[in-house]
Design a protein around this ligand. Sequence first.
Ligand SMILES: Nc1ncnc2c1ncn2[C@@H]1O[C@H](COP(=O)(O)OP(=O)(O)O)[C@@H](O)[C@H]1O
Ligand SMILES: [Mg+2]
Length: 323
Amino acid sequence: MATAEQIKSLIRSHFSDESERFFTIALQVAAHEAQQGHGELAHDIRLIVDKAKQVQSPIIQMKFPQDLQGLVLADEPQAPLAALVMPDAIKARVDRIIHEYRQQQKLKTHGLSHRRKILLIGPPGTGKTMTARVLAHELRLQLFTIQADKVVTKFMGETSAKLRQIFDLIEEEPGVYFFDEFDAIGGERMLENDVGEMRRVLNSFLQFVEQDTSDSLIVAATNSPKLLDRALYRRFDDVLYYENPDATERATLMQNVLGTFIATKMAWKSLTAGSLGLSHAEIDQACRDAIKQAILSDRTAVDTALLSSMLRERLDTHGKRRE
Ligand SMILES: Nc1ncnc2c1ncn2[C@@H]1O[C@H](COP(=O)(O)OP(=O)(O)O)[C@@H](O)[C@H]1O
Ligand SMILES: [Mg+2]
């Protein structure tokens, strides 16, 4: 039978809306059963999980114009604020966006508007996309992701018209609108290619952002702040800077992702040292790789050696040096 700890974790993850965690623990129970010689039960549990995963996260029926399909993706993400690992100061600001959105009527009666045009800046894998997902989840809004690079490259010459359509949608359909790879629109680098067109695109984007008075949240993310025109910053109500996790954040992240897979004795000092230079996404991936490895070898926990080797693999892949 499953251990008491596993049963408690299952219940907890169910009520905290963390379906990924729920699946992980279910698989852990399967591994546990397999170890006890209950192969058939383990097999059944895995089947149930596989099936449930297939029906998860259905793509929302697009309510927007046919010709925006492929440029705007709709989703209802499951990402609680609690899962974001970041400095308290940044978290407080994400929290404030959520709070102001919820209290927008109260602000309106005093002639104030909630902050809703947000710029996220930071290296890959530090949680920019995840933040957009968290905002949508916490505010029970749909997430609409605009593939800015596609809008620009596919529609050279008619990008402004596409942008207008997108901003019409922002007005009509309340949601979180996430402009990913935002520098494709705002980048100075692109200005060299086709000066006239890119200036027009950038200017119309700025105008659209500025004129927008919808109830939607507009979130733009970029990896390369240097490429952004400083004039862009002023159009946003908030600019949040993301960075790779520090030692404490790395440990928290590993503990969160491993969950009930944490072995009783872990050498956290060596693990945080061994993950220096990795992004949140890379650490997250290393932990999942370790969990998979444990499950496939019918082990119920990830120990220091296993996680260390997965972290090292990530560091090697990215050609980074351990310090
Ligand atoms: N700050 C974070 N806290 C917790 N998990 C994170 C964080 N940043 C990234 N991750 C994990 O890595 C994945 C990819 O990160 P993502 O948000 O796409 O990074 P970015 O958009 O900054 O490149 C996330 O789905 C999440 O699982
Ligand atoms: Mg991203």
